[in-house]
Design a binder for this molecule. Sequence first.
Ligand code: SAH
Ligand code: SF4
Ligand code: F3S
Length: 474
Amino acid sequence: MQDLLNTKKHDETRQGEAFAPFALDPNVYSKRFYIESYGCAMNFSDSEIVASILNQHGFGATRQVEEADIILVNTCSIREKAEQYVRQRLTEFRRLKDAKPGLLVGVLGCMAERLKLKWLEEEKLVDMVVGPDAYRSLPALVEEAETGQKAVNVILSRDETYGDISPVRLDSNGVSAFVSIMRGCNNMCSFCVVPFTRGRERSRDTASILKECSDLADRGFKEVTLLGQNVDSYYFVDESKDEVVNFAQLLEKVALISPLLRIRFSTSHPKDITDDVLYTMSKYENICKYIHLPIQSGSSRILQLMNRTYTREWYMAKIARIREIMPDCGLSSDIIAGFCTETEEDHQDTLSIMEYSKYDYGYMYYYSERPGTLAHRRYQDDIPLETKKRRLQEIVDLQGKLSQESNKRDLGNTYKVLIEGNSKKSADDWMGRTSHNKVMVFPKGNHQLSKGDYVDVFVKTYTQGTLLGEIVTK
Ligand code: SAH
Ligand code: SF4
Ligand code: F3S
């Protein structure tokens, strides 16, 4: 499902990952489930909620699909390719079902929501269809499916946030965790399917977010990523305390839990990120100096068709403001090539705004029309595929150059790195991240360090995607 022209692994294009088993005591768990997740970080975070719900109802996880009584696929609808890949996977599971009577297969997440009954009626690929707001009903749906009934719940909610559910940390490195702070999206960008698959925006109660973050810190986690489609519009009215909490205030409250707990967040919408958020970031050392601020297009005309509600100039002023308040802040973006009616001039505007913003990295796609979206209803998907691909390649090439330049600027600097584990290539090297979200790889040497430790690392050299360094000895 990964876009061929993507140079980087992105949340939305993460390949499905089977989650590690957690304590599977046959006396406690009567059945086993296997879950695979696709799409954005919110989906991965939701799978941890699903695991918690199933756990409480006597199901244990397994990462061996052959051992499973229930196979769940948490799906993404963001681009056509994402859906094609899931279909292929479900066809493979269908074959397993034929070989193992009684095996149940369920489709969860955004594709379940988008296609609803079509799954059961037309395709007969799956036994259960469960939308993103219906996970509490999963144990009951399993019972229904076991008796051969069609088990479907795709009702979207205005208030479900799973706030009281303590996610089971699946496949965790024990250092970083996702914490969902809101669900849904009210923005209606014309290309985007998310408002249809995830419903109205709602914010999770502040106290439950703080409790989850404190529990993680107590268990030794060192980094939380606060998740939402549009985190800057977080807004929770706490009637019991007569208090209203916005995103800047939430950030501050989480930052105060422990100076050793780093905070990241995703995703920010350029129209909503406020000076208050920027000042709060600069005030606390443990709020990472990194913002993912998707531009989508550099042309004001296209931005208007996309219903992004900002112009090129407005976005540039926002970047200038970020640089003014936090000169060392890392920046990344999402970019779509070949949206409806895009001209060569519009495309050049995208390239030039990338140069202006000097993104450290970018997540780049060509436009994929999604049924039911505003763009599908209003505009013609009129840019030929070859043109989309060529423009995307130019964007990818430029981003490659900008990433190299960004890494070059880090040469000779020393950064505080949070160790996440061994580097992929060698157990003699550590891998960690800087506050501005750069991956740093460095030799372990004779230092007595473990994952989850902070260490100062000097940048000696770099590749396009990684800084290579050495521990600073004091
Ligand atoms: N809420 C986030 C992004 C969610 S989707 C935000 O507003 O930034 C992640 C990215 O997928 C988007 O930023 C966009 O760049 C891309 N995307 C969404 N719909 C798409 C489509 N129909 N075709 C191609 N890319 C798309
Ligand atoms: Fe989609 Fe726009 Fe909402 Fe992001 S802000 S999820 S792109 S509608
Ligand atoms: Fe995909 Fe749904 Fe996330 S469409 S990007 S999994 S919100």
